[in-house]
Design a protein around this ligand. Structure first.
Ligand SMILES: Nc1ncnc2c1ncn2[C@@H]1O[C@H](COP(=O)(O)OP(=O)(O)O)[C@@H](O)[C@H]1O
Ligand SMILES: [Mg+2]
Length: 251
């Protein structure tokens, strides 16, 4: 499905991602975890085309995504939500989703005056219902609660019908109840089928509950990979998490 092969990216002397190879199976729910500065966000930036790798390949169903524009990658089927939600703050939830769809449909359809208004509205409502945002359709995005802003950010990726959905810390900045609720929403979305989900999170316990495959990053390298039980007992993971925190702190 999504195969990362020997991927590397440095910033100056910092090897943010170093010769990283990971396979994400079709329809799986996986997590990428690791301390602050481990390279998690850089990893997503590389996959979604926000950054170009120094070397390596990113295969989506056998097609290399490296070198493609961000838009092209979205069209190929990789959607992404951000650690800090990127929203159109002055638009309502429904307007935001329709704007995202319409802008992705591109210039060509606009020039031909071909705005499928009905279709974008229906699709927006479908996604709001999936994420429990339907009652917020007319709320201005900037006025949403933090949790709902994170949901909307996820909805903006989802509305494009991605094959792979990348979620960068979907529960960042949330209280304990909200975190559980958000993880339930992610799991619910995944159980509806058809989506390969990869989520980033630094709280291990939270991902142990939902992820089938867990990839632990440390200094841009794969420290360990496995199920929750395997990761929990992995000596290198225990050492990394109980040992010194990573020096370079990201964001
Ligand atoms: N745009 C950038 N320019 C320079 N250094 C960066 C940039 N993005 C990330 N880094 C560095 O790369 C490393 C990994 O960062 P990041 O991917 O944000 O980690 P994480 O998301 O796991 O906290 C850190 O040392 C960070 O300071
Ligand atoms: Mg990050």
């Amino acid at each position: 499905m999504l195969r990362i092969e020997n991927l590397s990216k440095s910033f100056g002397g910092v090897h943010a991602i170093e010769k990283l190879s990971i396979d994400f199976a079709p329809g799986s729910l996986s997590a990428v975890i690791g301390p602050n500065g481990a390279g998690k966000t850089t990893f997503f930036n590389l996959i979604s085309g926000g950054l170009q790798p120094d070397s390596g390949n990113i295969w989506l169903e056998g097609e290399n995504m490296v070198g493609l524009s961000r838009n092209a990658i979205v069209h190929k089927g990789i959607g992404r939500a951000f650690q800090v939600a990127k929203l159109f703050k002055t638009l309502t939830v429904e307007e935001s989703l329709r704007a995202a769809l319409q802008s992705a449909l591109g210039h060509a359809s606009q020039m031909h005056g071909n705005f499928p208004l009905r279709a974008t509205r229906d699709r927006a409502h479908e996604v709001m219902a999936q994420l429990g945002l339907q009652h917020k359709a007319d709320t201005v995005s900037g006025n949403l609660s933090h949790g709902d802003q994170k949901l909307l950010d996820m909805a903006l990726a989802l509305v494009m019908r991605p094959k792979v959905l990348l979620l960068d810390e979907p529960v960042a900045g949330m209280g304990p109840d909200e975190r559980t609720q958000m993880m339930d929403t992610v799991q619910h979305l995944w159980r509806q089928g058809g989506l390969t989900i990869v989520l980033i999170e630094h709280d291990m316990e939270l991902v142990f509950r939902v992820a089938q495959q867990i990839n632990v990053l440390s200094y841009g390298k794969l420290l360990a990979q496995g199920t929750a039980d395997e990761i929990r007992q992995h000596p290198k993971v225990i050492e990394a998490y109980l040992g010194k925190p990573q020096e370079h702190v990201g964001e």
